[in-house]
Design a binder for this molecule. Structure first.
Ligand SMILES: Nc1ncnc2c1ncn2[C@@H]1O[C@H](COP(=O)(O)OP(=O)(O)OP(=O)(O)O)[C@@H](O)[C@H]1O
Length: 252
């Protein structure tokens, strides 16, 4: 099936079948060597989970991918270009953990602001608000939204540039099960449209939602595989047990 045949097919050129290529990434934050030597490759058009405990380096890795983290070594190539380069500004969408929204503006005004920065159209604004199911709240002030609605408004800002790669830092943290399910369905739809979607979480059962899993701990990738491959390799029945088995194995 043509993965780009969805309702909002990704328009830009796809320069490689590996959307993200990271080689020997090294990041120091303060006195801590957070990512000592991280290498990973992410295939284009997949929904990839970046899972691991708090403090393991997920946010640092994602910040590096979008070019807002000072790195001490290694290379990061996104869609064939160096991370953070001007050509990637529209092609890569980044959702930070803390919502970056103007509380005294409406959902539509916030999304329209990002649209202006990215050179997107009014139709893009309407489309991205609809994508996150906030059409009914488009004229509501951010300050009057629930936490989950704020997350979705923030996501609409990320989607307005129609990015080919989405880097989403713990978008489901603290949300209720229904909202988490709806967001994962949205991530799935976005990947079916041909986008590469990297989602971080420390909730291991979210592994079942992903095409591929990166398990990260102490700045190291413990595993890079599908969930069935991971379960077969560790002889376990769920992602959490597999993760613990990998940790025990590496300790041994
Ligand atoms: N500004 C900073 N200065 C120094 N150390 C930092 C800074 N930000 C993060 N760290 C450290 O880097 C390590 C990785 O943090 P990071 O936020 O990347 O992890 P994470 O896996 O995203 O965690 P969480 O799930 O809690 O967000 C942690 O040990 C953290 O204390």
């Amino acid at each position: 099936m043509n993965k780009a045949a969805g309702r909002h097919a990704v328009g830009g050129p796809t320069s490689t079948d590996e959307a993200i290529v990271v080689e020997h990434l090294r990041v120091q934050r303060g006195k801590r060597l957070v990512l000592p030597d991280l290498s990973v490759r992410c295939p284009t058009g997949q929904l990839i989970g970046l899972l691991g405990p708090s403090g393991g380096g997920k946010s640092t890795f994602m910040r590096s991918l979008v070019g807002v983290q000072v790195v001490a070594g290694g290379t990061i190539t996104i869609l064939g270009e160096p991370a953070g380069s001007a050509g990637l500004r529209r092609r890569v969408g980044y959702l930070t953990q803390a919502p970056s929204l103007y509380e005294d503006l409406t959902v539509r005004e916030n999304v329209a602001y990002f649209a202006r920065v990215l050179g997107s159209t009014e139709a893009d604004v309407t489309r991205s608000i609809a994508d996150v199911d906030l059409t009914d709240h488009a004229e509501a002030l951010i300050v009057n939204l629930s936490g989950g609605q704020k997350t979705r408004a923030n996501l609409a800002c990320t989607l307005v540039g129609n990015p080919e790669v989405l880097i989403l830092d713990e978008p489901t943290v603290g949300l209720d099960p229904v909202l988490r399910r709806d967001l994962w369905n949205l991530f799935r739809r976005l990947s079916q449209e041909g986008r590469t979607v990297l989602v971080s979480s420390h909730v291991m059962d979210e592994a079942t939602r992903c095409d591929r899993l990166l398990l990260i701990r102490s700045g190291q990738i413990l595993s890079d595989s599908t969930l069935p491959e991971l379960l077969a390799r560790t002889g376990t029945e769920d992602a959490e047990s597999a993760f613990l088995a990998l940790i025990d194995g590496s300790a041994a």
